[in-house]
Design a protein. Sequence first.
Length: 250
Amino acid sequence: SERLNADQVGYRYPGADESALKDVSFSLKRGEIIGLVGLSASGKSTFSRLVKGLIEPVAGRFYLKRDHKPVVQLDSRRRMNIIGWTDSHPERQIFASTVEEETGYGAANQGLKGAELTGRVEWALRSVGFEPVDYVRRDPRRLSGGEKRRLALAGVVAMQTPYYMFDEPTAGLDYIGKRFYLSMIEELKRNGSAVVWITHDIRILKGAVDRVWGMERGSLVLDMEACGLDWRRLARIMESRESLRKTAAS
């Protein structure tokens, strides 16, 4: 099996006195879904941008480890190619004049064209709950906030990368949108991709993720199997702004 690994990765914003991320290590296996939680300003969004390759670590390294094969070092360019990503403001990622063009942009850059590209676009749109015939010619700028979020997801999953990083993907989605999102990540898992899902909504993670990571002051302080997690305790700790380390100690 293949894993994406981070080894003591750190990041400090230019001019900052303290590191935004400190000694972050993890091992992400393909075919699993991770829920990443933490209070505001804990470093989750910086973490997602660093893993994606949008910023470079000042310490540590990323690498791929495959069974019985040499380690593959991952610079930012390589991470950009294997990790699909949406940030917490997906409207920033939308620029095309039609939904069809927006959805297929990344896949087209991968070399897909013609019927194969059309099929990939239609599959991606359906995966987020959009019927292609109703959406492909629409102007993305005229979509609602929730629809834009779903469109950003469609454009990313159309690339069919082995790893995904979604930052607050269900924020602004109605019940139907959330159900389609949950179905989508399950399909990604079945297809052998890994998903890291960053969210403040503890309740929606239960039953949907395999593991939970917790971030606090720029460090990963929690890594637990979802089946062994006391979800009520985790919710109380988050609400009271206590240390997530208490969850691991429970």
